[in-house]
Design a protein around this ligand. Structure first.
Ligand SMILES: Nc1ncnc2c1ncn2[C@@H]1O[C@H](COP(=O)(O)OP(=O)(O)OP(=O)(O)O)[C@@H](O)[C@H]1O
Length: 340
């Protein structure tokens, strides 16, 4: 890999006796879209604020393009930022909100006008440029916030849960728009989210955090298919842990094979619960009678397509046979299990 563009080196942060970040190291490439993902309180926002210069690390270094910015105030770091709560000026129009940051920066009126029109067109909002924030939907306000963040052509973009205040449909649409924009501008981006679906669909690489530490860094496929710990497996997507009193082997619900009772050399099970999920059915299965071996489990979650469900006539109490494909089993090291 080439030298990192945005480099987070041994960043440590304590608030009194509380440790919010423990020796964080992340190398981010130019034009990369990184998501910081983890449960509430794991330190994501603190890390983003340290990158922005809004919070000082207890120790550690941040460099951008090889230049140490650790002690630079926010105004001297060339970044754009978008928050969950739009943070637009209510008394300024959409156009004026975007133009605000350009004023007093030695741009001519004409240059300001050109830049504002350009970014408003990038976020597809030229037609509502003269509206005030209260006259805009949540999604539109967030697109204005995005336009405002990119109008100064920043070196990098920081997004703090930018989609969490929006309703589901708007969120999905804006996800795509943010990704398109990020790709078009080729801007290095760090986004904080606690939403695994958001991270999986948007990020080039995901940084999974837990209790002030980085647990795993990898592409969405890597963290989903090859989680390095039971925590990551469980936090991203659904997972079944197999084995009594231990969690060393796991399998995703969509990877378990299901067929009619007695139809193959598998494990007999009974459908305890069936849930329609639109594109698929989610089943909860219980083993039928005792079966020994390493694949002990009490209840198993399996996802099956509507087609398979209809074919097997799956209903509550139905008998089925299941198999765990060897190549789809996830094995964790002893060390990873201890760290759960
Ligand atoms: N200024 C502060 N003083 C004391 N503790 C703080 C301060 N800022 C953050 N913390 C603590 O540090 C921990 C990490 O907070 P942070 O906001 O980074 O978490 P997060 O992962 O972004 O969580 P969330 O998703 O809930 O926003 C939390 O336990 C929080 O209470």
């Amino acid at each position: 890999m080439s030298q990192a563009y945005l480099s987070i080196q041994n960043i440590h942060k304590t608030f009194g006796s509380f440790t919010a970040l423990k020796e964080i190291n992340i190398d981010i490439q130019k034009n990369e879209f990184i998501c910081l993902l983890g449960p509430s309180g794991c330190g994501k926002t603190t890390l983003l604020r340290i990158i922005a210069g809004l919070e000082k690390p207890t120790h550690g270094r941040i460099t951008v393009g090889g230049k140490d910015i650790t002690t630079l105030p926010p105004a001297k770091r060339n970044f754009g930022m978008v928050f969950q709560s739009y943070a637009l000026f209510p008394n300024l129009t959409a156009y004026q909100n975007v133009a605000y940051g350009l004023q007093g920066r030695h741009f001519s009126k004409k240059e300001i006008d050109e830049k504002v029109r350009e970014v408003l067109s990038l976020v597809d909002l030229t037609h509502i440029h003269d509206r005030y924030p209260s006259q805009l939907s949540g999604g539109q306000q967030q697109r204005i916030a995005l336009a405002r963040a990119i109008v100064l052509s920043p070196d990098f973009l920081l997004l703090d849960e930018p989609l969490s205040a929006l309703d589901a449909k708007v969120r999905v649409k804006l996800r795509e728009q943010i990704c398109d924009l990020q790709e078009k501008l080729g801007i290095t981006t760090v986004m904080v989210t606690h939403d695994q679906e958001e991270a999986l669909t948007m990020a080039d690489r995901i940084v999974v955090m837990k209790n002030a530490e980085v647990m795993q860094i990898g592409s969405p496929e890597q963290v989903y298919d090859e989680p390095n710990s039971p925590f990551v497996a469980d936090f991203i997507g659904s997972i079944n842990f197999l084995g009594e009193n231990q969690t060393k082997i796991a399998v995703r619900p969509e990877h378990i094979r299901i067929s009619a009772p007695g139809s193959m050399q598998g494990i007999p099970a009974i459908v305890k619960h069936i849930e329609f999920r639109g594109a698929f059915y989610r089943l909860l299965l219980q083993p039928a009678g005792h079966h020994g071996g390493q694949h002990d489990w009490e209840l198993l979650t399996i996802d099956v397509s509507a087609h398979v469900s209809q074919h097997l006539k799956l209903t509550k109490h139905a008998e089925v046979t299941i198999e765990f494909p060897e190549e789809k089993l996830i094995n964790f090291s002893e060390e990873a299990v201890v760290n759960l």
